[in-house]
Write a protein that binds this ligand. Structure first.
Ligand code: P71
Length: 470
């Protein structure tokens, strides 16, 4: 190879290289098992990556949930756990951190995001209600349905088009929301369920202009807005990068303004907040806080720990402040983009623009010969694992589940395989290995056949469903 080919990745992309704002202090060894072992493990797991043992995985991009590396200061915080049953000092640290960074008044801790979704859904939804939202998320929608509500998708159409370049594909289509209000009446809509960097759309952000306009429309009809704040730091990054007037503001400032247009939020702290377990609900209306506090003691734990140990709350309080740091968020989104840019350069179909937490392979374009009811995204996840031990997650027809009315599959427009990047865990070299493996299965795509579902659980079927090769 000629010497001038030796360029850093930054040089190859025509820019100066950048590096993460941290260095590694503790490592966890990983290894790749043989291809024969991977094939056996995949078959035993029913070709469902959720059913693999993590020891059989080489690079784990199943999720960015609870998989972050904590900092030395967070680990030090673990030693400061006040494990009192009631009134732990760590709870007050957590409360102060949420108030300071998100700006909400009343905080109820939960064991993770879905615990908070359960509380808010049960507190606010009545049988026959409608909950409009910017695309469903699996656990969010299920809790809304279990509370007697019907989720209505009011995201802009562009969100369902994997190649549309709209800079804020997470935006709410206010006309769709207005039509729903006209049809069912505002009194049947307890709140709008708004998510930052919409997970199922590919990690796509909501603009500040959109949330402001949404607030105005909701004010006219007396409808509240509750935010899924799970990945709001990344949403704030995209506002800083793309929206006029925000380039000079910090992620923390943008976050606080965004939250100010909403009435409260639920949080899976396992993402932005950099902890392995934890969540919270935060609201500005006392009566909602009271309902949530009444319920949290039944389902989670006392209202000053909600299913977390004192030490978990301390690590979380520290993680809230660390995660919102501008350099941290830029490096995090930058690593996701690094992987995505490589794939785009090789003409591998992914969701664009590249989102905040993951690269989403577009399985419909990757495997155009596999019909959706033969699970192309599930197939892709299985093939990738068998090629290199990289674990990804199906986000397509299996995740969408069945329509409660007809019992048939829901056929989502997006049939995606998600490569989710944990925060502060993998290096650029890991991303290169992942990219090359995707290229290898892309090159072999024409010989690849789909799957048949042989077992399907009742709830959230993607977690435990089993498949056979066709
Ligand atoms: C993710 C997860 C974890 C997950 C959940 C369900 C199926 C597969 C994986 C969790 C979220 C999320 C958003 C936007 C609420 C939750 C639930 N995401 N809202 O992406 O992304 O939080 O997991 O802490 O209960 O892998 P929880």
């Amino acid at each position: 190879m000629s010497k001038d080919k030796y360029e850093t990745m930054g040089q190859q992309f025509g820019r100066r290289s950048w590096a993460e704002p941290w260095k590694v202090k503790m490592v966890e060894p990983i290894k790749m098992i043989s291809q024969a072992e991977r094939k056996k493990a995949a078959e035993e797991a029913g070709y469902n990556t959720f059913l693999l043992r993590s020891e059989d995985v080489y690079i784990d991009l199943l999720t960015d949930s609870g998989t972050s590396a904590m900092s030395d200061r967070q680990w030090a915080g673990i030693m400061l756990g006040d494990e009192a049953y009631a009134g732990s000092r760590n709870f007050y640290h957590l409360e102060t951190a949420v108030q300071e960074y998100y700006g909400y008044q009343f905080i109820v801790p939960t064991h993770q995001g879905r615990g908070a979704e359960h509380l808010i859904s049960q507190a606010l939804i009545e049988e026959g209600d409608y909950i409009p939202g910017n695309m469903y998320f699996t656990t969010t929608r299920l809790h809304q349905e279990l509370a007697g509500g019907t989720f209505v998708d009011v995201i802009i159409d562009e969100a369902h088009a994997p190649q549309d370049q709209h800079p804020f594909k997470g935006n709410v289509d206010l006309q769709k929301l207005q039509s729903l209000i006209d049809k069912v009446g505002a009194d049947k809509i307890p709140y709008v369920s708004l998510a930052g960097t919409v997970n199922m759309a590919g990690g796509q952000p909501v603009s500040m202009a959109n949330v402001r306009a949404l607030r105005e429309l909701c004010n006219q009809h007396g409808i509240r807005i509750y935010l899924d704040a799970t990945r709001m730091y990344e949403n704030a990054f995209f506002i800083q990068e793309r929206e006029e007037g925000y380039a000079g503001k910090s992620i923390a400032q943008i976050l606080k303004e965004f939250c100010s247009y909403t009435d409260g939020a639920w949080m899976s702290a396992k993402k932005d907040n950099l902890v392995n377990i934890g969540g919270w609900l935060a609201v500005n209306h006392e009566e909602v806080a009271e309902k949530a506090r009444n319920m949290v003691v039944v389902y989670e734990g006392l209202h000053t720990y909600g299913g977390m140990a004192g030490r978990d709350m301390e690590a979380l309080a520290i993680g809230i402040a660390e995660g919102v740091n501008d350099d941290q968020v830029a490096a995090r989104v930058g690593q996701v983009r690094y992987l995505g840019d490589l794939l785009l350069a090789w003409n591998i179909p992914i969701v664009e623009p590249i989102g905040g937490h993951a690269i989403f392979l577009d399985a419909k374009r990757f495997y155009p010969h596999i019909p959706q009811d033969q699970f192309p995204a599930q197939t892709l996840a299985a093939e990738l694992y068998m090629d290199s031990g990289v674990r990804s997650m199906e986000r397509g027809i299996v995740s969408a589940g069945r329509d409660p009315e007809t019992g048939g599959h829901r056929y989502p427009a997006l049939e995606l395989t998600r490569l989710t990047i944990p925060r502060r865990v993998y290096t650029q070299a890991h991303m290169d290995v992942v990219a090359e493996s995707i290229k290898a299965i892309f090159d072999a795509r024409e010989q690849t056949k789909g799957l048949e579902m042989v077992y399907e659980p009742e709830y959230l079927r993607f977690f435990q469903a089993r498949f056979k090769k066709l």
